[in-house]
Design a protein around this ligand. Structure first.
Ligand code: GDP
Length: 469
């Protein structure tokens, strides 16, 4: 998929299956004229080809003498449409036959079927949105929690792009100083003082690094926060998970269709989506530490945002602390939060619980919650700790959270280039070489908003969209 071809009219259904009404989008110069060949307004005084933008016209679609459907047509005039082109949207009855037939007769009239994301790509090409906003369109469709929606909505409204543009502006200003120096390089002039320049680059690099480091949280929120439940067999991991999911199942089972391709347990809590990762390696027999040593399990633990380490109330304080320590060793500095759940608290006395709590306070490196899956006790605390383990405070500034792997890669590249600029200043590298790295950093930053994005990358980005978007 390359540049938008002038005059090429595209069409596609924009709604997914089900429901009573479906929407078919048609975009491109001449869309209204083409539609007029198959659409008869109910009011025969109306000439759709003369209709103003944003008009809504009732009528029928037919092909020769074949009546197809009674529809409502919305007319959009360029540039005031989603794509920035002339557009019509046909609201028809949702029968697959009707939709199919309408698309078929549009094709007979020379309209082409849209590739995935082609409407949004046209919107981007026509300057209706930048690339990161276009990507947010796909994210907002896929968002399945309040937090994911909030991040995508902020990006769609241009919050993230504005932050990136501000950084880009600072870099461009900085680059112009460097370039000015180059122009006078014969005279060996240093205009700006290197110290002040270094300060500026450090400031920009800090911001870039902070953005890049937000990707872990942003990605977890977008995809669902990965939670691993670890512990030896029979401590009650499945029982606890079932208890956590009890209400969820009742709610979720009523919602048909899911965007997820793998079946896993998900839990909505505090506007966040938690995804329980299959930890078969930890659940099945064998010595606990040996099991933990398995590479597959290790990588799952490292990828987790939260690890629930489950022990039994009849365990000693040392063995509970050892479990926490062995998991902590694996997760290392991955950033995973560890929560110890001491299950089966119904098997010990209140006095023993208080004692164990005291003992654990001194030797356990993370919070320990006493629960009883069989008595449904302490579960509310677990829910609270799960929410508390995510830095939800950062969501107050969603424009500073990176959710997209492509943006993350670009920011890492910007940071690398700026690191080279700083090294260059320190080592007294010639300005001409430093200027190359400065230009590179601007290039990578521009990739995020699509100022500089090669066609093949654009094709790749939009091909992941659904048809009709
Ligand atoms: P998993 O192997 O860690 O997933 O453990 P399960 O959830 O299958 O539970 C193992 C056994 O412990 C089952 O017989 C459960 O009924 C029992 N069990 C789980 N939670 C509790 C609890 O809070 N109290 C008591 N007394 N038994 C429990």
């Amino acid at each position: 998929m390359n540049q938008v071809q002038k005059g090429k009219i595209i069409c596609a259904p924009a709604t997914s299956g089900g429901g009573a009404i479906a929407l078919i989008r048609v975009s491109g110069q001449g869309a209204v004229e083409t539609l007029s060949e198959i659409f008869q307004p109910a009011d025969n005084q109306i000439d759709i080809t003369k209709a103003k933008g944003y008009s809504l016209i009732l009528g029928t679609i037919s092909s020769h003498d074949e009546f197809i459907d009674q529809v409502l047509v919305s007319v959009f005039r360029a540039p005031h449409s989603y794509t920035g082109e002339e557009m019509v949207e046909i609201s028809c009855h949702a029968s697959p036959f009707i939709q199919h037939r309408i698309i078929e007769i549009l094709i007979e009239k020379g309209v082409e079927t849209a590739a995935p994301g082609e409407f949004t790509m046209r919107a981007f090409m026509n300057g209706k949105m930048d690339l990161s906003q276009a990507e947010a369109v796909a994210d907002i469709i896929a968002a399945d929690s309040e937090a994911a929606h909030r991040l995508a909505a902020s990006q769609l409204r241009g919050g993230f792009s504005a932050g990136i543009e501000k950084l880009r502006h600072e870099l461009v200003t900085f680059a112009s100083l460097i370039e000015l120096e180059l122009d006078f390089s014969e005279e060996d002039v240093q205009f700006a003082n290197r110290f002040a320049m270094t300060e500026t680059v450090i400031k920009i690099k800090d911001m870039v690094d902070r953005l890049a480091s937000s990707f872990r949280l942003g990605n977890a929120i977008r995809k669902g926060i990965p939670v691993v439940i670890a512990g030896r067999p029979n401590v009650g991991k499945s029982s606890l998970l079932n208890l956590l999911l009890q209400e969820e199942r009742a709610i979720v089972s009523d919602i048909p269709g899911t965007t997820r391709d793998t079946i896993e347990e998900v839990l909505h809590l505090g506007g966040l989506l938690f995804r329980f990762i299959d930890t078969a390696g930890l659940r099945e027999g064998g010595d606990e530490i040996e099991e933990l040593g398995m590479e597959r399990t290790r990588s799952k633990l490292r990828a987790a945002e939260v690890v629930l380490a489950v022990a039994e109330a009849t365990d000693t304080d040392e063995s509970i602390a050892a479990l926490a320590a062995s998991i902590g060793e694996i997760t290392g500095n991955s950033g995973a939060r560890l929560i110890v759940l001491v299950n089966k608290s119904d098997l010990i006395t209140r006095k023993r619980i208080a004692e164990l709590k005291r003992e654990l306070k001194d030797i356990c490196p993370c919070p320990a919650l006493f629960v009883s899956a069989s008595q449904s006790e302490g579960i509310e605390q677990v829910r609270k700790q799960l929410i508390a383990s995510v830095e939800t405070g950062k969501l107050d500034n969603p424009q500073y959270i990176v959710t997209n792997a492509r943006h993350y890669e670009a920011l890492k590249n910007v940071s690398d280039s700026l690191r080279r600029v700083l090294d260059g200043f320190r080592d007294g590298i010639p300005t001409v070489l430093i200027a190359t790295d400065v230009r590179q950093s601007i290039y990578y930053l521009g990739q995020i908003t699509g100022r500089i994005t090669p066609d093949d990358i654009l094709g790749e980005i939009f091909s992941k969209f659904c048809i009709g978007k």
